[in-house]
Design a binder for this molecule. Structure first.
Ligand code: NAP
Ligand code: F7E
Length: 345
């Protein structure tokens, strides 16, 4: 019997990679999409053309995490073996502007799914997309499953709620409900307003004289960046493990935003020189034009300065480790941008 998976957030970066992985493993994949005035399925459109989806193994339904009725009805109709909750208002800076909506989706959305599982079939396995943002103002270093949370944004606070309600439904009702605590993961399919994609795209366009400047916020924040393709494998392994548990997924390596910029510039052979300090810091091209400038509007009301994880538990029990380092991640993202005609010379 083929396994059936239901993915909330199928149109996002991770939803796209996870769908491909599960279809290759022979799953029937159902995904939830939201109605929007412009089509928002660009990350999964090509999956329809793949040979492994010919037998209608990839089915999309309208729904929304803020709409409990749609969630309940879909789970009842699809009767999945596994549910992956990847849906979220996932932008930390935006969560300060829309805190109530972020909480409704990211915190209560998880509760709505868990409660539907309880009422429809408590045997359905559940994956909750938790985040290293929950560690926020970090209490120990590097962060693992035992590190206390100190969330620093409405996004992170909502994810902490989702984390604990997942544990609560596991302990109260014996549901196979798991938390992945994933550190930043990127790819060519990353949303364009996240810092890695913003940097790679802009520097490729600047190199090809399609754009003059890139504006950024805090370039001294440090992150543990991995590749989304590796991280969806961890999600799947988490639901195949013999018991439901919580797992940190990361690379164990850390770079600042400024270091990331330097690595991208080097990769595309764009010479840059830094000058100035604080809000006046700038990067200049070899002909002394300002190509990167700092803008106050990109700073957050509260920042997460310093994230670096420890994935020993996932390595030991799930036999998971990252296969791609920062250089292959950047290579992958750069190749994609340079092949995009709108960025070409
Ligand atoms: P993403 O690209 O922003 O995708 C988010 C997905 O959620 C999209 O499919 C989006 O639909 C959907 N969505 C948003 N609001 C929704 C709602 N109210 N109802 C139903 N669907 C909704 O995020 P991602 O990078 O793939 O991340 C996947 C999950 O992992 C998220 O929960 C994120 O918070 C979490 N996470 C991400 C990272 C990371 O570094 N990428 C790290 C840790 C945790 P539209 O396409 O219609 O907008
Ligand atoms: O910011 C700094 C910014 O938005 C990274 C989400 O997937 O990962 C992501 O959250 C850092 C921050 O990711 C700009 O202040 C500087 O310190 O790419 P980001 P994030 O906030 O770490 C976690 C794990 C998630 O769970 C989230 O869903 O870069 N930064 N200048 C900037 N960030 C952005 N976006 N734009 C700038 O111009």
């Amino acid at each position: 019997m083929k396994k059936t998976a239901l993915i909330f957030g199928v149109t996002g970066q991770d939803g796209s990679y996870l769908s491909r992985l599960l279809l290759k493993k022979g799953y029937v994949v159902h995904g939830i999409i939201r109605r929007s005035s412009s089509i928002n399925t660009s990350r999964i459109d090509d999956i329809y053309q793949e040979p492994f989806t010919k037998k209608k193994n990839f089915i999309l339904h309208y729904g929304d995490l803020t709409d409990g009725t749609s969630i309940f009805d879909l789970i009842k109709k699809v009767r999945p073996n596994e549910i992956y909750n990847l849906a979220a208002q996932s932008h930390v800076a935006v969560s300060f502007k829309v805190p109530e909506y972020t909480t409704n989706t990211d915190a209560l959305g998880s509760l709505r799914i868990l409660d539907s599982i309880l009422k429809i079939n408590p045997k359905i396995k559940y994956y909750q997309a938790g985040s290293s943002e929950m560690f926020g103002k970090v209490q120990s270093y590097p962060q693992n499953e035992k590190t206390p949370f100190y969330p620093r944004s409405p996004y992170a606070v909502s994810k902490v709620y989702a984390h604990w309600i997942t544990i609560n439904y596991r302990e109260s009702y014996n549901i196979f409900a798991c938390n992945g605590i994933l550190f930043n993961h990127e790819s060519p399919l990353r949303g364009e307003t996240f810092v890695t994609k913003k940097i790679v795209k802009a520097l490729c366009r600047i190199k090809n004289k399609r754009q003059k400047k890139l504006y950024l916020g805090n370039i001294y924040a440090k992150r543990d960046w991995g590749h989304a393709e590796d991280y969806v494998i961890a999600m799947w392994k988490i639901l195949q493990y013999k018991k439901a548990d919580d797992w940190v997924v990361c690379t164990g390596k850390q770079y600042s935003v400024k270091q990331f910029i330097n690595l991208v510039a080097k990769k595309i052979n764009l010479k840059i020189r830094w000058k100035g300090k604080g809000i006046n810091e700038q990067a200049l091209s070899k002909d002394n034009k300002v190509i990167i400038q700092i803008k106050k509007k990109y700073f957050r009301p509260a920042e997460v300065d310093n994230l670096k994880g420890n994935y020993s538990k996932a390595k030991k029990f799930l036999n998971w480790k990252p296969s791609k380092d920062i250089n292959s991640l950047i290579q992958d993202m750069v190749n994609y941008e340079l092949n995009d005609v709108s960025n070409a010379k």
